[in-house]
Design a protein around this ligand. Structure first.
Ligand code: PMP
Length: 442
C-alpha cells in the first residue's frame, strides 16, 4: 500500500498513530485497525475538507483586490469609482427589446441549440467585417467568438504557457491578466510604463529570457490610459518579428476615444502573424452580454476552439444572435458616437473637479480615451491608507497595487469616470478631498 501511494512506512505508521490519537480509529491486536463506531469518519455530518483538495497554486495568488471591492457590501449612498463598468442607463435595452420582438420568433430555432464552438457564424462574419473596417485584415474563419476578453486571455494563456515560462507585461497592467499568469505559474517580466515603450529593456528581456508572450493593452491601458504611438507600434512589431515574440494585444477600449482617433491596432500592422488580437463588447455596450472576439493565426484559432470546448462548448448564442442584428442594423456605430460624447463630458468634469479640489494632493495625465483616470498621490500617503478614509467619507476607488505584479506600498489609484453622471463624479471628488483632510488632521 505504501508503495502504491508513494509514501514511506514511517509516514504510514505516523498517520495511523495520529488517527488513533484523534480517536478516529481503534487498533485490535492481531486483528487490525478499524474506524470507530462513533468516529466522524462514519458520521453523516462528515464534511469534505474542500480547501485541502484543491491543487496548489504554482504561485501564491495576490488577494483579488478588485473582487473584494466589488463584493464588499456597501450602502447605496457610497459612490463607487472603482469598477470599470459602463453607465447601465446607457445599455441599449429598448433596441434589444425591439430586436427581440421583431426577429426572435422568425429565427430558426436551431440557432439557439448547440452551435459550433467558434461562434454563431453570422456574428463571426459581421465581426470579421467590422475588424476589417478597423484596419485588421481578417476573415470569419480566423475569428473566434469568446465569452468576454477575460476568456480570451485565459484560453490563450492556457494553450501557450507552461509553468515557469516568461511573459512580459506592462507595469502597471490589467489585474485580470496578472492573475491568470500567476495561476498558470508563468514568470512575469515587467516593462515599466514611463510614457513610452522602453524598447531597450524589452530587447534585453527577449535576448536573456526568450519570453513566450508579451501581453499589452496598446490603446488606453487599464489603469494608466496610455496609448502606444504609431512609431512605437511599428518598432515593437519589428522587434517581435526579429525575436519570434508572440504579442497578445488586449484592446477593449480603443473605440472609446474622446478626441482624435488612436493609431490603428498592432494587429493591423502585423505582417508576420505575431499578434493575437482580442476585444469585447463589455465596455462599449454591456458586460452582461459576455461576448468578445479574438483573431489570430488559423492554427491558434483551432487550438483555442478546442480548449474553449472544454470550458463552455460555445459562448451564449442568444447574445451572439442579438449582437449580430444590433451590429448589422447600424446601431453599434450610433451607440459608440453617443457614448464617446457622454464619456468625454464625464472625463472633462472629473478632470476639472479633481484640479479644483485635489490639485495639491494628486497629479495625473488626462487620458485621451478609455474609462480611467490614473492618479498619483503627491505626499507620502499610500493609496490603501487613503482608501480607508475614503470609504468612511462614502467613496470607493481601486488602489494602485492591484495593477502590479508584486504588491507594494504605493501611492497611486484608479478612478473610473464613465459609470456615473457628472454630479455624482463631482460629489465623489468632494468626498475624496474630505478623506485627504481627515488624513492631514490625524
Ligand atoms: N482586458 C481588460 C484590459 C479589461 O479592462 C477587462 C475588463 N475590465 C477585460 C479584459 C475583461 O473584459 P470582458 O468583460 O470582456 O471579459
Amino acid at each position: 500500500l505504501c508503495k502504491f501511494f508513494g509514501v514511506s512506512r514511517t509516514t504510514a505508521i505516523n498517520a495511523y498513530r495520529w488517527l488513533e490519537q484523534e480517536e478516529l480509529v481503534a487498533t485490535k491486536v492481531g486483528s487490525g485497525t478499524y474506524v470507530k463506531e462513533n468516529s466522524p469518519l462514519h458520521s453523516e455530518t462528515f464534511q469534505i475538507p474542500w480547501s485541502q483538495l484543491f491543487i496548489p497554486y504554482p504561485q501564491t495568488p495576490m488577494t483579488s483586490i478588485l473582487k473584494e471591492l466589488v463584493s464588499t457590501p456597501y450602502a447605496s449612498e457610497i459612490i463607487s469609482l472603482a469598477t470599470g463598468m459602463p453607465d447601465p442607463s446607457f445599455y441599449p435595452l429598448d433596441i434589444f427589446n425591439s430586436l427581440f420582438k421583431k426577429y426572435l420568433c422568425a429565427t430558426n430555432p436551431a440557432d439557439f441549440g448547440y452551435i459550433p464552438t467558434e461562434g454563431y457564424q453570422p456574428l463571426r462574419e459581421t465581426v470579421a467585417s467590422m475588424l476589417s473596417q478597423q484596419g485588421i485584415d481578417t476573415t470569419p474563419d480566423r475569428t473566434l467568438i469568446i465569452s468576454g476578453s477575460q476568456q480570451g486571455l485565459y484560453l490563450t494563456s492556457k494553450v501557450l504557457l507552461e509553468r515557469g515560462d516568461y511573459v512580459i507585461v506592462q507595469s502597471p497592467t490589467y489585474i485580470g491578466a496578472i492573475q491568470i499568469f500567476q495561476a498558470i505559474g508563468a514568470r512575469m517580466l515587467i516593462l515599466p510604463e514611463d510614457n513610452s515603450l522602453n524598447l531597450d529593456i524589452l530587447e534585453d528581456y527577449l535576448i536573456r529570457y526568450r519570453p513566450k508572450l508579451f501581453y499589452i493593452i496598446s490603446t488606453y491601458n487599464n489603469p494608466t490610459g496610455q496609448v502606444l504611438t504609431e512609431q512605437e507600434r511599428r518598432d515593437l512589431l519589428r522587434l517581435a518579428m526579429r525575436h519570434r515574440l508572440v504579442i497578445m494585444e488586449d484592446d477593449p477600449y480603443s473605440q472609446l476615444y474622446y478626441g482624435e482617433k488612436p493609431p490603428l491596432a498592432l494587429k493591423s500592422l502585423d505582417n508576420s502573424e505575431s499578434v493575437i488580437y482580442m476585444s469585447t463588447f463589455s465596455k462599449t455596450i454591456t458586460p452582461g452580454l459576455r461576448t468578445g472576439y479574438l483573431t489570430g493565426h488559423p492554427a491558434l484559432i483551432n487550438r483555442l476552439a478546442l480548449e474553449k470546448q472544454y470550458v463552455d462548448l460555445h459562448s451564449n448564442n442568444f447574445s451572439q444572435w442579438l449582437l449580430n442584428l444590433y451590429l448589422k442594423q447600424g446601431y453599434y456605430e450610433e451607440h459608440l458616437k453617443f457614448t464617446r460624447r457622454e464619456y468625454k463630458k464625464r472625463r472633462d468634469v472629473l478632470v476639472k473637479t479633481v484640479r479644483r479640489y485635489l490639485d495639491k494632493e494628486i497629479s495625473f495625465d488626462v487620458p485621451d480615451g478609455g474609462f480611467y483616470l490614473w492618479c498619483k498621490i503627491k505626499k507620502p500617503i499610500t493609496s490603501a491608507r487613503l482608501l480607508q478614509e475614503a470609504i468612511k467619507c462614502g467613496v470607493f476607488f481601486v488602489p494602485g497595487q492591484a495593477f502590479y505584479t508584486v504588491p507594494s506600498e504605493e501611492s497611486e489609484f484608479r478612478l473610473c469616470f464613465v459609470t456615473h453622471p457628472e454630479p455624482v463624479l463631482v460629489e465623489g471628488v468632494k468626498r475624496l478631498s474630505k478623506a485627504f483632510e481627515l488624513i492631514h488632521k490625524n
